[in-house]
Design a protein. Structure first.
Length: 200
């Protein structure tokens, strides 16, 4: 089954629920503010609201599910962005321009993350390639788990259930909120589980 090819473009959407455990102000790219009131604690209401907003953003076709149609719509949107003169084709110059812009964006993002970490290297360091391959595998496993009926699409209900399950798992003391310490602990546990599965 070519599950990865069919759903890879929407994997990040599922991981919107993992953003509960990211920095209090938003997710790792700063695209979405999870901690709405900025108090350093993510409540269940904030987490579910953010998950709902992320689903709506990723549901490009507006049909209430994340599937191949959304992937195709996002590809077309990406193509249109690269096709600067809107002539229906991407020239070498347009491709290079888009590629360079993406490189600069990633460079700026890595610099910002390095600054947040106080200059410490992140997962894109010495073993970045291997780490990213393992990360993609981990995300695909999460996608398959969220797709409870196995129809290779994630409905709003499945998405919400997955987000709620991740919140509950991260909320160590069960008080209905996730603190900075709980987010760190959840990240640590996730990394340990991931590295144990991919070791060797």
């Amino acid at each position: 089954m070519k599950y990865a090819k069919t759903t890879m473009a929407i994997t990040a959407a599922l991981l919107g629920s993992a953003a509960l455990m990211a920095a209090p102000g938003g997710d790792h790219k700063g695209h979405m503010k999870i901690d709405a009131d900025g108090d350093g604690v993510v409540t269940k209401a904030e987490a579910m609201a953010a998950a709902d907003a992320r689903f709506a953003k990723m549901d490009v076709t507006g049909d209430g599910k994340l599937d191949q149609a959304d992937k195709e719509a996002r590809v077309k949107k990406h193509f249109a962005k690269m096709d600067a003169n809107s002539d229906g084709s991407v020239s070498e110059a347009e491709f290079v321009t888009a590629h360079e812009a993406r490189k600069e964006k990633h460079k700026a993002h890595r610099a910002a993350m390095a600054e947040k970490r106080g200059g410490k290297p992140g997962m894109h360091g010495k073993h970045g390639g291997r780490s990213m391959r393992g990360h993609r595998g981990h995300m695909m496993a999460m996608m398959k788990k969220a797709d409870t009926n196995g129809d290779m699409a994630i409905s709003r209900e499945e998405f919400t259930a997955a987000a709620e399950a991740r919140f509950t798992k991260a909320d160590a003391n069960g008080d209905g909120s996730i603190t900075k310490e709980e987010r760190k602990a959840a990240h640590k546990a996730m990394r340990a589980k991931h590295h144990g599965r991919t070791a060797g």
